[in-house]
Write a protein that binds this ligand. Structure first.
Ligand SMILES: C[S@@+](CC[C@H](N)C(=O)[O-])C[C@H]1O[C@@H](n2cnc3c(N)ncnc32)[C@H](O)[C@@H]1O
Ligand code: SF4
Length: 373
């Protein structure tokens, strides 16, 4: 099984981000957050025989956010003790934590290492001052570079997040990725900037004071990233994920394989006991529920067989392994057309998306959902 814990605190709020996060957090709220996660874990354990009897080993734990490096090490220690520490661990247990370069200093990184963090995912986004400024990041290029070097020195595995957005020069973007790879980053998540209602960037776009990059430009950059990282031996294995062979994110892989995982904290999702749940997004709403002794679930989806099949199809399609042809809908689906258009290839009886196909993943998923009974 996997465990995901969402830490909703950030030092400041980036201009594009729509995740569950707050920059308004006092020491008291951070303590209540940790108590809340431990209470949620206990409620879920009490309601599940498999979990309370320790019948499943924990393969991976992922501290995501928000920004886990905004939480003091003593609180992270309590968080892990009361969750990971109460489950039987797989021999090759992997513990990943997300961090921002400006808040993962030497002391915190060393404490995390002592607490068992084996893999760090560092939110770099760019090494260009103008781009970082537009994204509203609290980090300048020099701090990001220091953070990358420090993480690579201290942790066995380092992943870094980059964003493809406006104002990027292709040569600079590719040079940044090379620089990070040379420092020792062996896994990259490269996201195409999405514009979300309610963010500062969306407001600027509405006022007309800022414009997103044209799709053709974004596509050119995305395809260049795939080719460039491939040349460095860092291979795309999912729409947004690239790694050296063997350094793929085990936590994400377990999601894609449909293995069960528990999600704890605001906005966390879980897939447990053949049901998918989503916790309340808002920190205050989530806290109210757990402090009142209720499971903080905003929605629950008892996945029926057809929903599970569609989900398995879509999750596999997002990976480089692709899907067996027999999983595809029998009617209304034209495998030949997409192949002619260069959206996918047929390899050993499997449909495998190309880079151009990954760029159209949303449309392809919508079609599949419409054709699946
Ligand atoms: C929510 S963040 C959490 C980790 C950390 N706080 C950070 O900023 O990297 C995880 C990843 O989601 C990305 N992300 C958030 N909003 C996004 C958006 N609108 N479009 C593309 N990527 C986004 C972030 O840039 C980051 O790489
Ligand atoms: S991108 Fe990361 S640091 Fe920025 S607001 Fe979102 S979660 Fe916080």
């Amino acid at each position: 099984m996997g465990l995901y814990i969402h830490v909703p605190f950030c030092g400041s709020i980036c201009s594009y981000c729509h995740f569950s996060r707050t920059a308004d957090h006092s020491p008291e709220n951070r303590r209540r957050f940790v108590d809340g996660v431990l209470a949620e874990f206990e409620m879920r354990r009490a309601g599940c025989g498999v979990l309370s009897a320790g019948k499943r080993r924990l393969a991976t734990c992922y501290l995501g956010g928000g920004t886990p490096s905004e939480l003091e090490a003593d609180l992270v220690a309590r968080l892990l003790e009361g969750t990971v520490g109460r489950l039987p661990l797989a021999a090759d247990f992997e513990l990943t934590a997300e961090a921002n370069p400006e808040s993962l200093d030497e002391e915190l990184a060393r404490r995390w290492r002592e607490l068992g963090v084996t893999r760090v995912s560092l939110g770099v986004q760019s090494l260009d001052a103008g781009v970082l400024d537009l994204l509203g990041r609290a980090c300048d290029p020099a701090t990001a570079r220091e953070g990358l070097a420090r993480a690579c020195r201290i942790f066995p595995r380092v992943s870094a997040d980059w964003i493809i957005g406006p104002g990027l020069r292709k040569e600079n973007l590719l040079a940044e990725l090379t620089e990070a790879a040379e420092l020792g980053v062996e896994h990259f998540s490269v996201y195409i900037l999405e514009l979300h209602q309610g963010t500062r960037l969306a407001a600027l776009a509405e006022q007309g004071t800022w414009q997103p990059a044209p799709d053709t430009e974004i596509e050119r950059l995305y395809l260049a990233v795939i080719e460039h990282l491939d040349g460095l031996g860092i291979i795309q294995y999912e729409v947004a994920n690239f790694s050296r062979p063997g350094a793929e994110s085990r936590h994400n892989r377990n999601y894609w394989l449909g293995r069960p995982w528990l999600g704890l904290g605001p906005s966390a999702h879980g897939f447990w006991g053949r049901r998918r749940y989503a916790n309340f997004d808002d920190f205050g709403d989530w806290l109210d529920e757990v402090e009142s002794g209720r499971l903080p679930e905003a929605s629950v989806d008892p996945l029926d067989l057809s929903a599970r099949r569609l989900e398995r199809l879509i999750l596999s399609l997002r990976t480089r392994g692709g899907v067996p042809l027999e999983w595809l809908p029998g009617r209304g689906w034209d495998t030949e057309q997409g192949r002619r258009e260069g959206l996918w290839e047929i390899i050993d009886g499997r449909l495998v998306l190309t880079g151009r196909g990954f760029l159209r993943i949303d449309t392809i998923e919508e079609r599949l959902a419409g054709l699946t009974p």
